[in-house]
Structure formats: C-alpha cells, structure tokens
Ligand binder design. Structure first.
Ligand code: AHR
Length: 501
C-alpha cells in the first residue's frame, strides 16, 4: 500500500479542548471497590486509594473524570454516600444488579480526582429523581457555606466547596434500559427545568443534555432535535455515546469503527446547526460531549454476566472486565483521531471507563495494577495532541465496508502547538504494510522528535495479569525526514504517533 499526504498548518480545524481527554468511573463492578479503592492493599494511601492506580491514571493523562454513572446514576441517592461511613446504607443497584455499599461517595471521589490531577464531572439522577435533588447535590458541592447542605459537607470534612463545573443532566435517557427512561419531549422538558434551576444556584456550571446512547438507536436524530429544541439556551453540550466491537471475526470492518464515529459526530453537529438556524440567538454555543466511548463486547456481557435472580446481588462483582487486544487498541487510537478531527465541535469526551470496567487500567486485589493495550494510544495522544487540529490531505487506497462504503486504508490526523506538530496514523490493512510519504513543505524547520507505534505479528495479542507487558509501544524505526518529506512504513493493523519539532 502507498499513501501520500500533505499537512496544512495554515488551515486549523479547531482548538483542542483538554477536556477531550476525559474518562469515566461508574459504581459498577470493580471500578471503585477493589479497583481504585482498596484500603487493605499494600499501596493504599491514608484514604484507602491505591497509589499505584493513581500513578497510572496520571500517566494516562486523564483530564476529567465523569462520575458516578452511567446507568447506575439513574437510581442513585447521592446523600447515601456522604457523612459517617458506619451509617451509610447498603442499597440495591438495579442497573447492574449489585449491592452498593456507599463506602465511597462524592466527598471521597472528589478527593480521589484531585489526587489524580483531574477535574470532576458529575451526573445528576434524572431517572428516579428530578429538579429538587439536582439542586440539593449542587448546593452540597458548590456553595461555600452557611446553608444546611453546604454546612453538612463541611462537617463531613470537605470544608472547601468541590466547585464542580461539568454536570450531566441524567444518563442515556433515550434508552429503554435506563431507569426512568423518557420520551424526548419529556426528557427535554425535565432537562431544561433542571438546567434553569441549577443555573439559578450557580451560573458557572456547564451542563450536558443527554443525546443518543448510540447512532443505531431508533430515535437517533429526532431525539437530538427535540431535546435541543426544548433545552436551547439552557445547556452547553449534548452528549454522544458509542461502543464498538469486532463482530463475526470481521477485523477489517471493526478497524473502520472511527468512520462510524465521524458520521455520528457530523450528524449531531448538523442537528445542532438545524436547531440553531431555527431558534438562533443564544449566548452559549452548544458543543458535543462524547462522554462514553470505547471498545466493549456488549454481547458477552448480555450473554454471560447479566444477573437477574432475586437472591443474587453481589458487591463489586467481576463484570465488564474486557481484555483488550492490539487491534482493540488500534481502534481506540483511531477513535481518538476521530474526536481530534472534530475538535471544532467535540469539546469534551470520556473514555468509558477507567479502572477494571472496560478499562485501560486493571488491578488485582492485593496484587499489581497494570496497563491494557488500550492504555497506550490514549496516554500518547493525551500527551502529544495539543493546540489545534490542522488539516491533512490524504490520498490512500480504499477498501469496501458493508455499511460505510469506501474506507481509506490509511487514516491520519495532525495537531499543531507552539512546540511542533504531532501526526497520528492508522494502517487499517489486515495484511499489508503502508508506505506513507507526508509532504511537510508547508511547515517551518522540521526534525523528527519521537516516533512510536503499536502493532504486533498477532493482532489479537493482549496484556494479562500473568504477562502485563506482552504488548508495549515500540519506536517507529522506519520514520525518516527526507528533504521536505516524512517517510514512514506502517505495519498492518497499527496505530502510530510521530512528533515533528
Ligand atoms: O459504560 C457502561 C454503560 O454503558 C453505562 O453505564 C451506560 O451509560 C452505557 O450504556
């Protein structure tokens, strides 16, 4: 395969919001308990948080963490998780058919996010609850003191307010599985009322209305238009959620998942523009918060892990602990490229999730914490993709995808900041290397900074507890600057990052 490209620094696509590199921790499986929180672990700190996990989260470069759900939030009572631990109730979590012990709540999680160097993004429950409880949790978190709930917070040890700016107005309210699922009209009305009331308490908040929980939802498109219409002028973002997996052994189609993400984003941007054209004249621009995205074998969860029995309510069960291969990591890298390609419209995003549950970081109780393959493209992109996304013109051979038609075998995205240019490349071919030539003549003086790649002779190779470093990124030794061009060979099924300085 041969591909030719031109990088055009004079043509910015959009500024990259650092919130694009967010993640997500839900009270689900072993994400919190026996994940980031394990008081008996040798690496536990004074709060019971695992230091080794915190180190990996910082290395991953996560900027925001969405919490506490997900489906979990739609029946969550935030008050259960604050105050003296001994009196916190054990509750049923119907979303994941588990017991929630409430040993971690908002105060502890805010402390954990601060230690992780990330910003807390909270979701309010609009499933079993409404405006009143959203106002309560906002008062608890953001009012400095002198009211019942802010004083309660201080008495629980969080004297300073948590100052949470990012708030999700419910979770996946378009999904019939969601507790308290509503029609677009009902949800749009409730979200607008909640938003208006929350701003009356704290006008600094940034609010996310629920968009569709997938591009394949039967209500997709109509849902966005109705919800945006009802919440117009009241919200800052509309959400997108998407999970991808290899189906029927069709690796080539799976490697084109980012084309689906591109179309998803473009369709939602179009819905925003349509409503803007009709409604116009608002102070705040509505952006996209892609606040759940990843590779996830949902079918395995449904077939093997879903609990229903009346007497089966475990605490922190091992569920959704997907093991990620090299090809999964290549898709994760290319999904990040899709987010960057739409940096003008996507201003926040959350890799779902962070620890143990469909996660880049895994832990063993009493044992090690380790990096899945998907850790690497995220960490490298979060470190190198700064400033703004710039245009890349690419000319590469294509292949046929059953849904998306012609798909380029080589995909590329470039970003530019004061220190240089970063180039992210994917070779989607399952069997052929790609010889790529990138014309850099529009850039200033150019030298090769770092060049790394993730690939393997076995695209299904993965890291495991027994062999946690089986897959690690390698130096991309083929990368060279020749004259005013970058020349590089990309392995089949590979993701690469090149820094030009
Ligand atoms: O991330 C796992 C689940 O996926 C979340 O709880 C839900 O919002 C989505 O369906």
């Amino acid at each position: 395969i041969e591909a030719r490209m031109t990088v055009r620094p004079g043509h910015p696509v959009g500024a990259i919001d650092r919130r694009l590199f967010g993640s997500f921790v839900e009270h689900l499986g072993r994400a919190v308990y026996d994940g980031l929180f394990e008081p008996g672990h040798p690496a536990a700190d004074e709060d019971g948080f695992r230091r080794d996990v915190l180190e990996l989260v910082r290395e991953l470069g996560v900027t925001t963490v969405r919490y506490p759900g997900g489906n979990f939030v739609s029946s969550y009572r935030w008050e259960d998780g604050v105050g003296p631990r001994a009196s916190r109730p054990r509750r049923l979590d119907p979303a994941w058919h588990s017991i929630e012990t409430n040993q971690i709540g908002i105060d502890e999680f805010a402390r954990w996010t601060a230690k992780a160097g990330a910003e807390l993004m909270l979701a309010v429950n609009l499933g079993t609850r409404g405006v009143a409880e959203a106002l309560d949790v906002l008062e608890y978190c953001n009012i400095p003191g002198g009211t019942a709930l802010s004083d309660a917070r201080a008495s629980h040890g969080s004297v300073e307010p948590h100052d949470v700016r990012l708030w999700c107005l419910g979770n996946e309210m378009d999904g019939p599985w969601q507790i308290g699922h509503r029609s677009a009209e009902e949800y749009g009305t409730l979200a607008a009322q909640t938003a208006r009331a929350m701003r009356q308490v704290d006008n600094r908040v940034l609010l996310v209305a629920c968009g569709s929980s997938g591009r394949g939802m039967p209500t997709f498109g109509e849902w966005e238009r109705t919800v945006l219409d009802r919440t117009w002028g009241e919200v800052d973002y509309i959400s997108c959620h998407a999970y991808y997996q290899e189906k029927d052994g069709d690796l080539a189609s799976f490697l084109a998942s980012s084309v689906d993400m591109d179309r998803f984003i473009e369709a939602v941007a179009e819905a925003i523009d349509d409503v803007a054209a009709r409604r116009g004249g608002i102070e705040r621009e509505v952006s996209i918060s892609f606040d759940e995205w990843n590779v996830w074998d949902v079918e395995r969860f449904d077939a093997l892990e879903k609990r229903t029995a009346i007497d089966d309510w475990p605490v922190a069960p091992r569920i959704l602990e997907d093991s990620y291969s090299v090809s999964d990591a290549v898709v994760v890298g290319s999904l990040l490229m899709s987010l960057l390609r739409h940096a003008d419209r996507v201003k926040a995003a959350s890799l779902a999730q962070l620890v143990n549950v469909i996660a880049p970081i895994m832990t063993e109780p009493g044992g090690i914490a380790w990096r899945q393959t998907s850790f690497y493209p995220f960490a490298i992109t979060a470190r190198l993709a700064r400033g703004e996304t710039i245009e890349v013109y690419a000319d590469a051979p294509t292949y046929e995808h059953p849904e998306h038609g012609s798909v380029s075998l080589v995909d590329a995205v470039a970003t530019a900041d004061a220190g240089g240019v970063s180039l992210f490349l994917v070779n989607r071919s399952t069997d052929a290397p790609a010889e790529v030539t990138v014309d850099l003549s529009a850039l200033g003086v150019v030298a090769l900074g770092e060049a790394v790649t993730l690939s393997d002779a076995d695209p299904y190779a993965r890291n495991t507890l027994a062999d946690p470093n089986r897959v690690v990124p390698r130096t991309l030794t083929s990368a060279r600057i020749i004259g005013r061009s970058l020349v590089v060979t990309l392995d089949p099924v590979s993701w690469s990052a090149i820094r030009l300085v």
